[in-house]
Design a protein around this ligand. Structure first.
Ligand code: FAD
Length: 298
């Protein structure tokens, strides 16, 4: 039974180690989407995130937009911006120029990724002939260019292309050893998968923070599609909770809030103090979750 003291200790900042949160956005494609993007950033900025990150489209397709967004976040909101960067379809020289471009606009944080081939995650990855081979190689390259804060990806259910758990954890260790400051996980819906993954990584000597990536389910249909594409599984109990709610957005929204609240408060109880939220450029659910974690707008 959770009593009032327990609830208060979950929420009271002075009773637990400092909470760190970060938010992930994607670069908007249209003017209307851009308006929504800034509206959400402006609502979330007062929560004082460690950074707001902006993704990098497959094959560098959003290079200009990612750069424009991180530049404006840095100059207009006072919140540190992090730029995602992948190895796909570019030589080391081209990628190094992108990194220098980030530095020139004041971006000091990079989420360094291998990326996927344009055909999708299931397809084998062939590096550019003069390019970085994988994320670990990219991290080492970025380290040579400056004093960046670097995050890398981790997979609580194993990356679909890792032969086994040892290969997966070895790869994470290579990325950290190459100079990454932390790992951020792929979305997951079973906290036990995340906790087991952290335990495996710790046993293998990975000491860097492994920040859970939390995906609020704004639309079960959309998120289950994303999950299938990135190799994250949807447990039956979760599908059951949303079953039949496609035509009932109000109940869907309430269930989504309850599911995400359960996930983050359980992680908090497990001692997790850093969270990364996949916002899909929306602020409402994430604002509520941050509040449950004890973080309010400044
Ligand atoms: P890596 O860590 O390089 O590993 C990929 C796979 O290759 C692993 O299975 C690994 O075991 C294997 N591997 C790596 N090196 C070797 C080696 N030397 N020998 C044998 N096997 C090896 N994608 C985007 O396109 N844009 C984004 O902005 C973006 N943001 C993301 C943010 C987060 C937090 C996460 C979790 C993922 C993101 N992705 C993004 C998706 C990511 O690009 C894919 O998951 C991709 O398939 C793997 O990228 P990685 O950086 O994990 O690759």
């Amino acid at each position: 039974m959770i009593d009032d003291d327990h609830r208060a200790s979950r929420l009271t900042a002075d009773k637990r180690p400092e909470l760190q949160i970060s938010f992930e956005f994607f670069p908007p494609k249209t003017d209307a989407m851009e308006e929504k993007f800034w509206e959400s950033i402006n609502k979330l900025a007062p929560l004082k995130p460690r950074f707001v990150s902006v993704t990098y489209g497959a094959g560098g397709t959003t290079r200009e937009r990612t750069l424009r967004m991180v530049r404006h976040i840095t100059s207009d909101t006072g919140v540190p911006a992090a730029a995602h960067l992948t190895c796909v379809g570019a030589s080391k020289g081209e990628i190094d120029d992108v990194v220098r471009g980030f530095a020139e606009v004041g971006v000091k944080s990079i989420v360094a990724l291998r990326g996927d081939p344009p055909e999708g995650i299931g397809q084998p990855f062939t590096p550019h002939p003069q390019g970085y081979q994988n994320a670990a190689d990219l991290v080492a390259g970025i380290r040579k260019l400056g004093d960046f804060d670097i995050s890398v990806a981790a997979y609580p259910e194993k990356h679909p292309q890792s032969a086994d758990w040892d290969a997966d954890i070895d790869n994470l260790k290579r990325k950290i050893d190459a100079g990454a400051n932390r790992a951020i996980t792929q979305m997951f819906f079973r906290n036990a998968d995340y906790l087991r993954f952290v335990e495996r990584a710790r046993k293998a000597g990975v000491t860097a923070p492994i920040v859970p990536g939390i995906q609020p389910i704004h639309s079960f249909k959309q998120i289950s599609g994303f999950a299938a594409r990135c190799g994250a599984s949807i447990p039956d109990w979760l599908a059951e909770r949303f079953d039949g709610l496609d035509a009932d957005p109000d109940t869907h929204a309430l269930v989504a809030a309850a599911v995400a609240a359960e996930q983050v408060t359980e992680l908090l109880d497990e001692g997790v103090t850093e969270f990364h939220f996949y916002t899909l450029n929306r602020s409402n659910l994430v604002l509520a979750l941050a509040r449950l974690l004890g973080r309010r707008p400044d």
